[in-house]
Structures are given as C-alpha cells and as structure tokens.
Design a protein around this ligand. Structure first.
Ligand code: IMP
Ligand code: MG
Length: 182
C-alpha cells in the first residue's frame, strides 16, 4: 500500500517492512553479542506501541531472554502531552537482573526516562535502553539510548505498532504523515 488514511489524515509509505526487519536484525546481532554473558536478561515490552518490534526482536535473539510487559501513555493525537502515566504496572521481579527496556519510539524521551526511573527503583543490576525508532532532533535527555534500529526526522509516523489515535498499529510498513494531502 502506497498510502493509507486513518481518521482524518493521509500517510504515505516511509520505511518498507524488509528494511525495518533488516535494521531490527542489526540490533539483535548487537544484543546477542553484548548480552551473551548476562544471565537471562529481562526484555521489557512497553505497550502498546512496541508489541510488533518486540515480537520481531525476540525471534531474532539467540540468548535466552525473560519477558515482561508494562503499559504507559503520554500521547494525545499527534501532540505529546508531556505527562507519562503508568496504566499497567511493572509486576515481574527485576531485582539484580539485567533489564532491556524496549520502546517503539523515543521522541522527547519523557517516557523512556520515566521507565528507566521505575526500573531503577526495582534495583535492577543493569539497565539498557532499546528503541525501534528515534527522533534525534527532538531528544534532549541525558539518558543514553543504547540500541536504536532507525533514526528518523522530526515527523509523525504510524505502523509497525505505532498509532495515530489508536489506528495503524497493524500495518507492517512504517508510514509518514503526507504533508501534501493534509
Ligand atoms: P516521548 O515520551 O515524547 O519520547 O514519546 C514517546 C511516546 O509517544 C511513544 O511511545 C509513542 O507512543 C508516542 N509517539 C511519539 N512520536 C510518535 C510518532 O511519530 N507516531 C506515533 N506515536 C508517537
Ligand atoms: Mg508508545
């Protein structure tokens, strides 16, 4: 599909599935190497947005991960609200574990910084940050993003887990807001 319309907006294709998978494989290769000696690192899936990235990444791991889920929300439409709420809390025991936080996208970084604090409070032994997409022009936090599959410009995207007002998460490619048609 070249274009897709969600609610009132039209998006055009931006990153095809094959390229997304290739970039995820590169991240998985690094994680497999870097965490080869960690004992069952915990991969923390940040819902809802990272479900598709998370599944693909897990399939590419050769280390044996444990898996946990957390759900946060900070976004309203195409504008970030700045406030981050914990909707489905962290339940697993992270004490003494190596934890990899897996996000869909790092924009202002409010969400990942908040998550990093939450995981730290649980006395994890080591915390790594991993994201499918990052907007480096917007990110202004001190926290280092250790693994990023793709950098993008400061534009709104959907697909591969990412939504526009809850639509578009199922799309296997990533789409960008089409300025000409909105
Ligand atoms: P941050 O807290 O500003 O880094 O934003 C992170 C959250 O905002 C992500 O987990 C997404 O849910 C949402 N978000 C940021 N940019 C986009 C985008 O381009 N498309 C869809 N969701 C986005
Ligand atoms: Mg999200």
């Amino acid at each position: 599909m070249e274009r897709v319309t969600l609610h009132d907006k039209t998006f055009r294709i931006y990153v095809p599935n094959e390229e997304i998978e290739k970039n995820i494989q590169a991240v998985a290769d690094r994680l497999n190497r870097d965490l080869a000696d960690a004992e069952h690192p915990v991969f923390l899936c940040v819902l809802k947005g990272s479900f598709m990235f998370f599944a693909s990444l897990m399939q590419k791991l050769t280390i044996q991960p444990e898996i946990e889920f957390v759900r946060l929300a900070s976004y309203c439409g195409t504008q970030t609200s700045g406030e981050v709420k914990q909707i489905m809390g962290l339940t697993g025991d992270l004490r003494g574990k190596t934890v990899v936080i897996v996000e869909d996208i790092v924009d202002t970084g409010n969400t990942i910084v908040k998550l990093h604090e939450l995981v730290k409070e649980q006395d994890a032994a080591a915390i790594h940050t991993c994201t499918l997409v990052m907007k480096p022009e917007v990110y202004d936090k001190e926290l280092k993003i250790d693994y990023c599959a793709m950098d993008i410009e400061n534009r709104f995207i959907v697909g591969y887990g990412l939504d526009y007002d809850q639509l578009g998460r199922e799309l296997k490619d990533i789409y960008i807001l089409d300025e000409e048609n909105n």
